[in-house]
Design a protein. Structure first.
Length: 292
């Protein structure tokens, strides 16, 4: 299908399915669920971040890491981590494997004392380690059943038969004022009619596939003072409260609205949402491109 992604970007701004929008501050060093669907879960780590925004200073937050848990059609569970602060780019943990497959950042090197090794397409055995660190070749695709993982440049793409998700290491806005500062930008799109799934997706992002053909906006930060602190927690666009989406650990799939192991789950109750409503510019549960 001709699908285009919805985005969660910068500090973080949500462009939601059906056309809604919201901002989400989260909490420093806490992990939150973006998407919980049958056999697919995506979490992110939030970190405090100060942005020099032209002539303004914004005390905000950023997404510093992304985590996935995917159960394949052959019942294999794969865990994936992409961390902006890690020495290695992407780690893929396969159940039963003795070591992760690591997709290294572009041009990354393995260095120990006076030893330097290019990281593409090699296994490095370090004395005392229980297993080698395995580096995948650049552009190589990791495939397990219906799960495809590919890392090119700074962009990690995770795709199943129903979802395509990506995380990209990006500079802060006004990079010349925020030198060396990195965050993650996220893209998510349903490759099927998620609005009609018998297991209705959830999570801060996923719940917007609610079958109502309406866009619902949540709280956004509007303070444009010289110095400001972000406060919005997507109120009005999410079921319950923002703390309901806080996860115990990076690969946790369980929370109040989890769908990972569900066999059926209803849509959220949109009548309880206080956010402004407007007509959706999209049809079905498939994506439409939206500029951030």
């Amino acid at each position: 299908p001709n699908c285009f992604p919805f985005t969660i970007s910068k500090d973080p701004h949500f462009q939601l399915p059906h056309g809604g929008r919201a901002d989400f501050r989260g909490e420093d060093n806490a992990i939150f669920n973006l998407l919980s669907a049958k056999n697919v879960s995506m979490n992110v780590r939030i970190a405090d971040a100060d942005f020099a925004w032209n002539k303004r200073t914004v005390h905000g937050t950023k997404m510093s890491a992304a985590y996935w848990v995917v159960r394949t059609v052959k019942d294999r569970v794969i865990r994936i981590e992409y961390n902006t602060t890690a020495n290695k780019g992407v780690a893929v943990y396969e159940e039963g494997a003795t070591a992760p497959v690591v997709f290294a950042d572009e041009h990354e090197e393995f260095v120990r004392d006076n030893l330097t090794s290019s990281s593409w397409g090699v296994a490095v055995y370090e004395e005392g380690a229980t297993a080698p660190v395995v580096f995948a070749d650049e552009h190589e695709e990791f495939v397990r059943d219906n799960l495809h993982i590919q890392f090119v440049g700074k962009k990690l793409r995770v795709r199943t038969d129903k979802w395509e998700m990506s995380a990209t290491k990006s500079p802060f806005p006004f990079p010349h004022l925020n030198r060396g500062k990195i965050l993650l930008d996220i893209e998510i799109v349903a490759l099927y009619d998620a609005d009609s799934d018998v297991v209705a997706p959830h999570g801060i992002f996923g719940q917007a596939y609610d079958g109502d053909k309406m866009a619902i906006d949540g709280a956004v930060d509007s303070d444009r003072g010289t110095v400001s602190t972000t406060k919005a927690q997507a109120e009005g666009a999410i079921e319950g409260t923002w703390t309901d989406y806080k996860m115990e650990s990076k690969f946790s799939t369980s929370f109040k609205y989890t769908r990972f192991d569900a066999t059926s789950a209803k849509h959220r109750d949109v009548s309880k949402l206080a956010g402004a409503r407007h007509a959706s510019s999209q049809s079905g549960g498939k994506g439409l491109s939206i500029a951030v």
